[in-house]
Design a protein around this ligand. Structure first.
Ligand code: SIN
Length: 280
């Protein structure tokens, strides 16, 4: 199997794999190892059904069902639809699944191990530009760049994460949905469950408070760590084509969907998320 490095320090393309077929164990092992090492994998030119998307995703673990049930595929609830399209006056998917830096589901006790996103429609590229790119940063590289005293200090801290951090931009939840996502506390530095590498685990979308610090100190530290993680030197920017499948690690990376397209430029993606362990 051939892997092509796309950026430093994260992201590789997996060349010559057809994900509509089931993978043999050796191929799966090679992909799994590359994934743990590189944090983001790209598969170009795929054509898969929801069942094939689910089958491939299940190789990495149990699948999650998103709290926004109105955007799940009716006959495949493991798939969350992300889209700005409308059908019969209703949105076909969630239009904003992440236009601030975040890592998926950091607001639950056991955040997703990885997310697998399949591009079905992408806004047509302009002459010099693509639209609706997704940017990724390596939170491992962000951690590695810290000095030893800061690493030691951050290693003692914990932070609160909340789905409700930005109620003005977040889809309104029913009372029942709110109860399904109470605030959680995670270490500020988490350990990757497979590689054992340390990662900064604070993000702009969901981290609300560093436990034990005064509010202004807590806000300042969250801002400082987010600015560090979001730095261009740790970044890969993916320019989508229809048929791309991207998978990313929700421990060692953060991402952001660039909202630079209008309502008539259609974007339609299917996403699965694979369950992960409690953060440590
Ligand atoms: C997500 O944050 O899961 C979606 C990213 C995207 O739509 O590009």
């Amino acid at each position: 199997m051939l892997f092509k490095q796309l950026a430093v320090p994260l992201a590789s393309e997996v060349v010559d794999v057809d994900l509509s077929r089931s993978l043999d164990d050796d191929s799966f092992k090679a992909i799994d190892e590359a994934f743990n090492d590189r944090g983001v994998l790209v598969f170009r030119g795929q054509q898969i059904t929801p069942e094939q998307h689910i089958r491939f995703s299940r190789r990495f673990g149990e699948l999650e069902i998103h709290v926004l049930k109105q955007y799940l595929l009716a006959d495949a609830p493991e798939i969350l639809v992300i889209s700005n399209m409308m059908k019969d006056g209703k949105p076909v998917g969630i239009a904003d699944a992440g236009q601030q830096w975040h890592t998926d589901l950091s607001y639950v006790e056991k955040p997703s191990r990885c997310s697998i996103l399949y591009a079905k429609e992408i806004p047509a590229p302009g002459r010099d530009q693509t639209y609706g790119d997704t940017c990724f940063v390596s939170t491992e590289a962000a951690y590695d760049s810290l000095d030893p005293d800061m690493k030691a200090y951050l290693g003692t801290l914990q932070a609160k994460h909340s789905y409700l951090k930005r109620p003005h931009i977040r889809k309104k939840l029913s009372e029942e949905q709110k109860q399904a996502v109470p605030d959680v506390i995670h270490p500020v530095i988490r350990t990757h469950p497979v590689t054992g590498r340390k990662c900064v685990y604070v993000n702009e979308s969901f981290t609300t408070e560093i436990i034990g610090l005064k509010p202004d100190e807590s806000d300042a530290l969250i801002r400082q760590l987010c600015a560090l993680c979001e730095s261009e030197r740790f970044m890969y920017r993916h320019k989508w084509r229809v048929g791309d499948i991207l998978m990313w690690d929700n421990c060692s990376t953060q991402h952001l969907a660039v909202a630079d397209y209008g309502p008539d430029q259609h974007r339609l993606m299917n996403r699965t998320t694979v369950a992960g362990p409690a953060v440590f």
